[in-house]
Design a protein around this ligand. Structure first.
Ligand SMILES: Cc1cc2nc3c(=O)[nH]c(=O)nc-3n(C[C@H](O)[C@H](O)[C@H](O)COP(=O)(O)OP(=O)(O)OC[C@H]3O[C@@H](n4cnc5c(N)ncnc54)[C@H](O)[C@@H]3O)c2cc1C
Length: 488
């Protein structure tokens, strides 16, 4: 006898991954249930992640430009202190505007039943919810991640903030110690420093943004240091203490000395952990570890009808990855078209100023994979628009494998995330570098740097001695009209 389930698909978590599955499944005619533990949909990205952070970063950038008005030939401004309540209000209004796209009403219109609550699996097809039980043929765990609380002495007893609190502070902290130097830590360090907070960053390894190539990460660190952020690299945190008005972080410095840092706020940004508590995944045989739920390339867990997507898998913790993985699940679970996730050209961006964006392999990854590669570079100092904008820090790096095929691009520079989009099309569309190099780009734009780096690879081939000799032979070209030592 065929088992009858309440729903075709049940989704746990109303963030980027869960919402993508829910809307896709419902629009294809599936009976979809979406369960969210908070009182609103949208997940971390909308409420305490991408959206508030990028809004804060924009405000901080405006503040920085105002403070540096003289660099643009304008009179110097004497700015009053930043009122964080107003900044917070702007953040809230941007969230509210976007929230409309992620409202319960909108999902209901699409055909999704939304329930707010915390489910727990009672068997591999059913969850307990609001005192009852609901069943679904397929389930998706898309419950996201939370800031990790590392085992640091005194941390539990010391008031600290994470991404959950940092965007709704009552006032701008006079000082802040940021623990960690990943993308969230570094973005927040620069934003708060620009608004007027005295910021120190404590990092265990020898570079910030440790997954990035060191030259690119150092480029960002140099800018932040020049803006006043203090970095303690290769430093270990010995303990944390509440001093009443201030908090103290004791560290062991690179040189081995003990040092006490004091600040009004401590921002803990030392990685993420999957939200798995209370789901009873262990009870139904879904495998997971400290990093997250393990899946195969079709996003299936060890129970094939239960899928997982987004931050909860612990892999690429980005909103666009969560959405992509959600789409893979819709294909597999609803359309029954076997589709595998492919992360070869998964792009990413850290929204510091300058931004650092990448796609494919950087030198670190290529080295770890044992690949031979060549690097082609162009600097923003040679881009006319960058100079006009007063934003000439950074460079683009293009990596080609030994078959001269692009395997990755990294951009450190103004609006690097936007510039990377051309590479998203080039790499995914298998566009030839000669096509990119010969395509007309509007002048003066930052994007010309993409064409130029392709040109850096093509030029030596086009303007080679061999080509020159051939043209001389066929068309009787007369050669150089001026050389070293001639002319002015
Ligand atoms: C400060 C910050 C800045 C970021 N900036 C960027 C950025 O610029 N670009 C980018 O791509 N990514 C960014 N990210 C990462 C991005 O926010 C995440 O990758 C993305 O939100 C993952 O989506 P998700 O659906 O997996 O998880 P989430 O968006 O976290 O959604 C999970 C949902 O599940 C719910 N949930 C949890 N447990 C349960 C339960 N037991 N029952 C029911 N519901 C549950 C949660 O309440 C939440 O709504 C940032 C993250 C942070 C913290």
């Amino acid at each position: 006898m065929k088992t009858i389930y309440d729903y075709d698909i049940g989704i746990i978590g109303g963030g980027a991954a869960g919402l993508t599955v829910a809307s896709g499944a419902a629009q294809l005619g599936a009976r979809a249930l979406l369960i969210e533990k908070e009182t609103v949909l949208g997940g971390d990205c909308l409420h305490v992640g991408c959206v508030p952070s990028k809004t804060l970063i924009r405000t901080a950038r405006a503040c920085h430009t105002m403070k540096n008005a003289q660099e643009f030939g304008l009179p110097a401004l004497d700015l009053p202190p930043v009122d964080f309540a107003k900044v917070r209000e702007r953040i809230r209004s941007v969230i509210a505007a976007i929230q409309k796209h992620d409202s319960e009403e909108r999902f209901c219109r699409l055909g999704v039943r939304v329930v707010f609550g915390e489910p727990a699996f009672v068997d591999e097809h059913s969850v307990r919810l609001e005192g009852g039980t609901v069943s679904a043929k397929n389930w998706v765990v898309a419950s996201g991640s939370s800031p990790q609380r590392p085992p640091v002495e005194g941390l539990e007893k010391t008031p600290c903030i994470t991404n959950r609190e940092v965007f709704s502070l009552a006032r701008l902290p006079a000082s802040m110690i940021v623990l960690g130097a990943g993308p969230i830590a570094v973005e927040m360090a620069q934003a708060f420093s620009r608004l007027g907070t005295k910021v120190s960053v404590v990092q265990r390894s020898g570079q910030i943004l440790s997954k990035e190539d060191k030259d690119m990460a150092d480029g960002i660190m140099k800018v932040l240091a020049a803006e006043g952020v203090v970095f303690h690299l290769e430093a270990s945190v010995l303990g944390v203490k509440d001093l009443g008005q201030e908090r103290e972080v004791r560290i062991r410095t690179r040189e081995g000395a003990a040092m006490a840092l004091k600040a009004e706020q401590i921002l803990v940004a030392m990685g993420r952990e999957p939200n798995l508590k209370g789901l009873n995944l262990e009870g139904i045989g879904v495998s997971f570890d400290r990093k997250g739920i393990q899946t195969d390339a079709r996003m299936r867990t060890s129970r094939k009808h239960i899928y997982a997507a987004g931050d909860v898998t612990g892999a690429f913790q980005f909103t666009h990855t969560a959405g992509y993985e959600g789409g893979i699940i819709v294909s597999n679970a609803i359309v029954h078209l076997p589709r595998k996730a492919d992360y070869t050209f998964m792009p990413w961006c850290t929204y510091t100023d300058p931004e650092l964006a990448g796609i494919g392999m950087n030198e670190k990854a290529a080295g770890e994979a044992g690949l031979e590669y060549d690097v082609f570079t162009e600097v923003f100092e040679d881009n006319d628009r960058s100079l006009a904008e007063g934003e000439a820090v950074g460079k683009i790096k293009m990596l080609l494998d030994r078959h001269e095929k692009p395997i990755g691009v990294q951009i450190l520079g103004p609006r690097a995330g936007e510039l990377l989009n051309e590479w998203v099309a080039v790499l995914n569309g298998k566009v030839k570098l000669s096509t990119l190099g010969s395509a007309v780009h509007p002048y003066p734009t930052l994007g010309e740097i993409n064409k130029r780096v392709a040109g850096a690879y093509l030029s030596p081939k086009i303007f080679s001695d061999k080509v020159r000799k051939g043209l001389k032979f066929f068309f009787n070209l007369k050669g150089r009209a001026c050389g070293p030592g001639d002319g002015a």
